[in-house]
Design a binder for this molecule. Structure first.
Ligand SMILES: NC(=O)c1ccc[n+]([C@@H]2O[C@H](COP(=O)([O-])OP(=O)(O)OC[C@H]3O[C@@H](n4cnc5c(N)ncnc54)[C@H](OP(=O)(O)O)[C@@H]3O)[C@@H](O)[C@H]2O)c1
Length: 364
């Protein structure tokens, strides 16, 4: 038994499974790995292995029982296993019921059992413990591909379940995520980046509340967003950024006039680049950029001459959007911004290895 936070990963394989496990171990977690081929003989004091076949949902209950006994109650559960029976695009429904059931168990039924078990555990953890359930999805909850029919049925059903859980358990502080890596143009990726998953999962696990939720936008018809979804996507980022900036100003008012005061919003290129498949994020980033630009100008002549507002983003040296941000480079960059004597340009672009680089600010 341990007082360290505990991560349990179902479907812990060589790619995301190993990367996620390594990242959480480095952060001081004890890690439990469940998959068919893991070996108990590989157990160490911080990492336990539970051979489990997720085509049988009972294996999930057994794994939780053993983890609870060996390590304690997991506060982060990652469900990373995925299954698929390749079907013919001309006759996808010819799949055998036994194959369909087996895939559906891995992609959905065992996930439901894992979520039930996770919730049972979360309810026994101290209030202050972060409680997170992450399911590795893909694009198939939004796009149909006949040859991947049964995999898509499972991912779509589980996305539905995760969305419902994220809303239903929000007030208890339980966070639920459907994680789906995409290419910059919004299309599917076929080999996911394990280390990027690990970074993202750590951030999701450590955030105090449900921090990020996508409103699915059909790229071929982005303006079909319902009024409700449109308003929700604006509420997600810019509304909260505006509240944070208001609170920051209220605090700055109480600081000595000589103290440097800086508000930094981490943006991306979506305030200058239109991408229909991620219109919801673009709406948020563009609105936040406008708030920052307005504040940078408005407060500099109103007795807030020490106050700076920045929209910080990262780009590749050729100005192309950077997909993965570099936490350390951002840290260094964020330290430099408050140290400048006056407000610099409100939009600050970081280029890895080069620091701040002035790109002409223009809509593309
Ligand atoms: N965003 C995208 O477009 C995209 C693209 C590719 C994949 N994905 C998703 O990413 C996840 C996999 O990521 P990855 O490739 O990085 O995984 P990984 O960590 O390398 O491995 C996943 C592991 O799941 C385990 N697994 C599969 N079926 C299982 C079963 N019946 N019972 C127990 N464990 C099982 C396998 O281990 P054992 O053989 O030892 O059981 C496998 O090694 C899947 O959910 C997949 O759908 C998303």
């Amino acid at each position: 038994m341990t007082t360290s936070p505990i991560l349990l990963i179902f479907g812990a394989g060589p790619n995301s499974g190993q990367s996620v496990s390594r990242a959480f171990l480095n952060r001081g977690y004890k890690v439990a790995l469940a998959a068919r081929s893991v070996k108990e003989s590989d157990n160490t004091k911080d990492q336990y292995h539970y051979p489990s076949d997720l085509t049988d949902p009972n294996s999930v209950v057994k794994a939780f029982e053993r983890v609870n006994k060996d390590l304690g109650i997991p506060n982060v559960v990652v469900y990373n296993a995925g299954a698929l029976t390749r079907t013919s695009a001309e006759d996808p429904l010819a799949i055998s019921i036994s194959d369909f059931n087996s895939t559906f168990n891995v992609n959905t039924v065992s996930v439901l059992v894992a979520a039930q078990q996770a919730i049972l555990g979360f309810s026994k953890l101290p209030k202050e413990a972060s409680k997170t359930f992450i399911y590795t999805g893909n694009i198939l909850n939004e796009v149909t591909m006949a040859q991947l029919f049964d995999g898509g049925v499972g991912k779509a059903a589980t996305a539905h379940m995760i969305e419902i859980a994220a809303g239903a358990y929000k007030d208890k502080g339980y966070k639920f995520y459907y994680a789906d890596e995409r290419k910059p143009d919004g299309s599917a990726i076929f080999r996911v980046n394990g280390d990027a998953h690990a970074d993202q999962f750590l951030q999701l696990a450590e955030a105090k509340e449900q921090v990020y939720s996508r409103i699915p936008v059909p790229p071929e018809n982005p303006l079909s967003l319902s009024l409700n979804d449109f308003q929700n996507s604006l509420n997600l980022h810019p509304t909260k950024a505006n509240v944070a900036a208001q609170q920051a100003i209220a605090g700055f008012d109480k600081l000595p006039s000589s103290a440097p005061k800086t508000f930094i919003y981490t943006g991306n290129c979506l305030n200058t680049v239109a991408n229909p498949g991620i219109l919801d994020i673009g709406l948020g980033k563009s609105t936040a950029a406008l708030i920052i630009e307005t504040a940078a100008d408005a407060y500099k002549d109103k007795g807030y001459n020490q106050v700076r507002f920045y929209y910080a983003l990262k780009r590749a040296p050729n100005s192309a959007p950077a997909i993965f941000i570099d936490g350390e480079a951002h840290g260094k960059f964020f330290l430099e911004l408050p140290e400048g004597k006056t407000q610099g340009h409100w939009s600050q672009t970081l280029v890895k290895g080069e620091g701040y680089k002035a790109f002409p600010y223009k809509r593309q």
